[in-house]
Structures are given as structure tokens and as C-alpha cells.
Design a binder for this molecule. Structure first.
Ligand code: GLC
Length: 409
């Protein structure tokens, strides 16, 4: 598939999945791409950021609309939801099939990996639209301050998630122990999530109390890498200002905490911290590699992550890299996990993150292979939610929005 055919395929999906209208519940206009018409018919936070980046290659005005719609869902306290049900009437039974934390029927009360400032920065750099940048700044400042205030109660620079879906890597095996998961299936996962929400019920809407309850408290490496990465973008968008210094300072704080608290010298990888007591969760997954997206990650850490893990055929260097769990893990599930996701297959969004990161750290040959293999997966099986790391077989949702990130690789 040449560039033109790839663009055509991506355009088809982004157009078909485009949702536009005026919400009957708040009178606001919306215009966004849903991840997939069948499984995910609403607006998802990090998906939208990825869609905007892909749209830059096809229709920059729509990229702006996508992010404007997402930012229009910000609450006065700065929080931006993980799912926004602009058109609940389109799939009213979604909530009966999925567990969603809510304080309002129209959006979730949970977060997702905070990549939004980077997406805004990319749109601004591509379009030079000052008005867009100026309108975005207060929303972004409030949002990243909300993350710090609501999600970093011990002020160590690492924000915590209150349930796995907030990290975007829903059923990753790294959460099994904290969830007390014994039934290793999607049903088991949903039952565990349900239990957490039942316990959260009396604390609903109060993130500090929820974190203090210590039922599920994860300082997640993927989330915090993206948090630091996003704050650098926000600082650049802010130019020379006290707020820019504030967010650069906080990004340093987060990077230093990742190095001091999450790095494991013996394993040569980063581990999440579970609970208020911050117990390292010694399970290597795609998250363990994510600090590579930080351009100021010390060289010795970069070399260990790439040499020991990412480029090792025993671990992450499968024929169609990069699997969400290394092949060496006993829980690695390369085939169709029937909704039990993030336990083996390769995803285009993490390939997008890590191929750029590898290039940035001087590994352009590895990056080229990841891009070529991602392209091959899409060429053979279309824009799917994730791919088999040995055969390239497309799995999960079809016509999946963020796989169009290939245009940006
Ligand atoms: C799944 C993924 C999550 C994504 C969502 C919508 O829940 O784990 O990362 O945002 O689907 O695509």
C-alpha cells in the first residue's frame, strides 16, 4: 500500500466514524471521530488526541474541531472525562454492558493518559493558529493542575489512577494482583471492576477520599510518562511565562520520581507502584518501556530498556512488534483475547509513541522496522484495534480510529 492508498483508507475511517451535531443535554456543538462505530461509539479522551494527530495529515480543520470538542467537555475544576456520551441515544445499552464511573449521566468521572497538550501543540505547530492556541491554554492549564491537585496527594510528582481503564491499558496483567483477579478473562475483569465501584460508591466524585481508601491506587508508569511528556508540550505552548516554568518544573519532578521510585536496576525496566504504600509491581509490560518517550531520559536507562527488553526477540521483538506484554511473560496472550485486552497483541498507538521515541534516542533502524511492520499489519488486515504479534492478524474492533496514526509514523 503506498502513501496515497493508506491516506485513502484512513480518510474513509475517520469520515465514517465522524460524529457531528448539537448535544441535547448541554446545547453544545460537537464534532469528533469515535474509535469504532460498533464497540466505542462515543468520544474517548486519548483516542481523540490520536485522531487529531492523524487528521493533521488529512484535514487540519477537523483536527482542531476534534480537540475543541474534547476541551469543551472540561468541567470548571479542570477535569476532562475519559468518555463523553455526546449522543447517548445512539447506543443506550452501552452502560449496561460496560462499567463506567459517573457523577453525571453524560460523561465518565474517570481520566485517561494525559496526552492532550501534545496533541494541541502538534495542531498549533501544523496550523500556526494563534486563536486555537490561546483558547486551549486556560483549559490545558486547569486540566494539568487538576491532575496534580486531585491525583498526586502525596505530592511526589507521580499521579495515581483509581481503576485500570484510566491508564488506557485496561486488562494488562500488571493489574491482576491489585484487582485480585483469579478468573483470567474479560468477564473476570469486569466483575473485579464492578466490585471496586461498589466500594467507591459512598466516596463517589471525591478523588482524594477514593485514593486514600487504597482499594486501587496505581502510580502507573505509562500514565506518568505521558503526564511529563504532556507538561513539556504545555510549557512550550505557554512560551516565556511563570506558568511555563511551573509545568517544566512539574515535568522534571515527574521524571525524577520515575527514575527514583519506579526504575528497577536489576530488571532494567520501570515498574508501576501499587497502593498508598507504593509497592513496586514487578511485571514488565509495554508501560515499562514508556519512559523512552522522554527525551531527557538518562542514556544508561535508554540503553537497558532498548537492549535488554525492546529489541530482544525473547521479550518484545516479535515478528510484528511491539507486543503489549513480552513474549517471555507466562501470561502473554498473543491471539484474540476476546475483550481481555492489553495482554499480548501489538497496538498502533504504542508503536507510534515508541517509534518516535526510538528515533529521538538515535535508534532509527529499529523505528523503521516498527513502522514497516505496523504498515504491513494494516495493509494485510485493515485498520484494526490491535494485531497478532507473530502473524500480523488484525484483531478486536474494525475500522478503528487510532490505527490511522500510521500516517504520522
Ligand atoms: C479500550 C482501550 C482504551 C481506549 C478505548 C477506546 O478501552 O483499552 O485505551 O481508549 O478502548 O478505544
Amino acid at each position: 500500500m503506498d502513501r496515497k492508498a493508506l491516506e485513502e483508507g484512513a480518510r474513509q475511517i475517520l469520515l465514517t466514524n465522524l460524529r457531528q451535531g448539537v448535544a441535547d443535554w448541554n446545547g453544545q456543538e460537537y464534532s469528533f471521530v469515535c474509535p469504532s462505530l460498533t464497540g466505542y461509539p462515543f468520544q474517548w479522551f486519548w483516542d481523540s488526541c490520536f485522531h487529531a494527530i492523524a487528521l493533521l495529515h488529512l484535514n487540519p480543520d477537523q483536527a482542531k474541531a476534534e480537540l475543541r470538542t474534547l476541551m469543551s467537555a472540561a468541567l470548571p475544576n479542570g477535569f476532562i472525562p475519559h468518555i463523553i456520551f455526546w449522543e447517548m441515544e445512539k447506543q443506550p445499552d452501552f452502560l449496561s454492558r460496560n462499567i463506567v464511573g459517573q457523577t453525571d449521566p453524560h460523561y465518565s468521572s474517570t481520566m485517561q493518559p494525559p496526552i492532550i497538550a501534545y496533541a494541541v501543540e502538534r495542531v498549533y505547530l501544523a496550523t500556526g493558529d494563534e486563536e486555537f492556541r490561546k483558547a486551549a491554554l486556560p483549559v490545558l492549564i486547569n486540566y494539568y493542575r487538576w491532575l496534580r491537585e486531585a491525583r498526586d496527594p502525596d505530592n511526589d510528582g507521580l499521579i495515581a489512577v483509581i481503576q485500570p481503564e484510566e491508564a488506557g491499558t485496561d486488562c494488562s496483567p500488571k493489574y491482576d494482583e491489585a484487582l485480585g483477579l483469579t478468573d483470567l478473562s474479560n468477564q473476570g475483569f469486569i466483575a473485579a471492576l464492578k466490585k471496586i465501584y461498589e466500594a467507591y460508591e459512598p466516596l463517589r466524585g471525591d478523588d482524594h477520599k477514593i485514593l486514600a481508601a487504597d482499594l486501587f491506587h496505581f502510580e502507573d508508569v505509562l500514565v506518568n510518562s505521558i503526564y511529563a511528556f504532556g507538561m513539556r508540550s504545555l510549557a512550550r505552548l505557554l512560551g516565556d511565562s511563570p506558568e511555563a516554568a511551573e509545568f517544566n518544573h512539574e515535568a522534571d519532578h515527574t521524571r525524577d520520581a520515575l527514575l527514583e521510585k519506579c526504575w528497577d536496576e536489576e530488571a532494567g525496566a520501570f515498574f508501576d507502584l501499587s497502593g498508598v504504600a507504593e509497592k513496586p509491581v514487578k511485571v514488565v509490560t509495554i508501560s515499562s518501556l514508556m519512559p523512552l518517550i522522554l527525551s531527557d531520559l538518562p542514556r544508561d536507562k535508554v540503553e537497558r530498556l532498548v537492549g535488554d527488553w525492546l529489541s530482544s526477540p525473547d521479550h518484545f521483538w516479535t515478528p510484528y512488534p511491539i507486543p503489549s506484554v513480552p513474549a517471555s511473560d507466562p501470561k502473554f496472550m498473543p491471539g484474540n483475547p476476546r475483550g481481555f485486552i492489553w495482554r499480548g497483541p501489538s497496538w498502533i498507538n504504542t508503536n507510534w509513541f515508541l517509534s518516535h521515541a526510538l528515533r529521538d534516542h538515535g535508534y532509527s533502524e529499529l523505528a523503521d522496522v516498527i513502522v514497516a511492520k505496523s504498515h504491513e499489519c494494516i495493509e494485510k488486515y485493515g485498520f484494526r484495534e490491535y494485531y497478532h504479534p507473530y502473524t500480523a492478524e488484525g484483531l478486536g474492533a474494525r475500522d478503528f480510529g487510532w490505527s490511522t496514526l500510521i500516517l504520522d509514523m
